[in-house]
Design a binder for this molecule. Structure first.
Ligand SMILES: N[C@@H](CCC(=O)N[C@@H](CS)C(=O)NCC(=O)O)C(=O)O
Length: 256
């Protein structure tokens, strides 16, 4: 019998424990998070990069509790309350943090207008090409579907890596492009262990980029233990997950 999505491990583990502990006190910014969620990790990395004071609140988004639906009617983490007003959507939140905390450097988006627009093109690419392919490969059951999804992911990564200046996407500066993709890099061992994905097989350049970006302090500080992620992704690997993302992939829709 499959385990319902609501029964997830209830709190962060590993490196993320001390990060959560350091953010227990009330602040004007409340961060509604799920320790396991790659989209949450984007916003969490941004908060840590910028040293913004925030209060971490763990939410199980699968329970769709009323108090959380009042904050995010979509019922998804991450979300924030800022001076009592709610916002959600990981990338919107990352950009908001740049705008709302201009004195907290570094900015996660480049200040130059051209580079900012160029960054948004590749952030959009991650959301429309790489992330859906990542979920498709996780959820694919038959060998031919897995092969097709692996090819799709490799093709997306070839296009992405052709633009990487190194060591980060834009060069020396860590930016929202890296933030958008790195939570999936820290979880790609699931694909490596179960779906014959391999960083080196994508390309040496991809492996170099992925190996480097996952070492960033803000990324390491927001990571839980591997076996806890495996519990969550085990349902995806059997295509039994009932998350909004899993259902969308199954139905051939864009992920929410
Ligand atoms: N587009 C959203 C996606 C957020 C998302 O899918 N979060 C998942 C957890 S990783 C969630 O809250 N799932 C609850 C559900 O699917 O019911 C974002 O970028 O913030």
């Amino acid at each position: 019998m499959s385990i319902p999505d609501e029964q997830i491990f209830p709190h962060a583990t590993g490196n993320a424990v001390s990060t959560v502990e350091a953010h227990k006190d009330p602040q004007e910014l409340v961060f509604y998070a799920g320790w396991f969620c790659p989209f949450v990790q984007r916003t969490w990395i941004t908060l840590e990069e910028k040293g913004i004071p925030y209060q971490y609140k763990e939410v199980n988004p699968y329970k769709k509790e009323k108090h959380f639906l009042d904050i995010n009617p979509k019922g998804l983490v991450p979300a924030v309350e800022y001076h009592g007003k709610a916002l959600y959507e990981s990338l919107v939140l990352c950009e908001f943090l740049d705008d709302a905390y201009p004195d907290h450097k570094p900015n996660i988006l480049p200040s130059d207008a051209y580079t900012k627009a160029y960054a948004r093109i590749w952030i959009d690419f991650i959301g429309k090409s790489f992330v859906p392919a990542f979920f498709r490969l996780l959820q694919a059951q038959e060998a031919d579907k897995q092969d097709a999804a692996r090819t799709e992911i490799y093709e997306a990564l070839h296009k992405f890596v052709a633009q990487v200046k190194g060591p980060y996407f834009l060069g020396e500066e860590f930016s929202l492009i890296d933030v958008a993709i790195v939570p999936f890099i820290t979880r790609d061992y699931i694909l490596a262990e179960h779906r014959a994905y391999n960083r080196q097989a994508v390309s040496a350049d991809w492996k170099r980029y992925a190996d480097y970006v996952e070492q960033r302090e803000s990324v390491v500080k927001t990571k839980s233990e591997k076996d806890k992620y495996e519990q969550i992704y085990g349902r995806y690997l059997k295509d039994e997950a009932q998350s909004e993302a899993a259902k969308a992939i199954r139905a051939g829709r864009a992920i929410p």
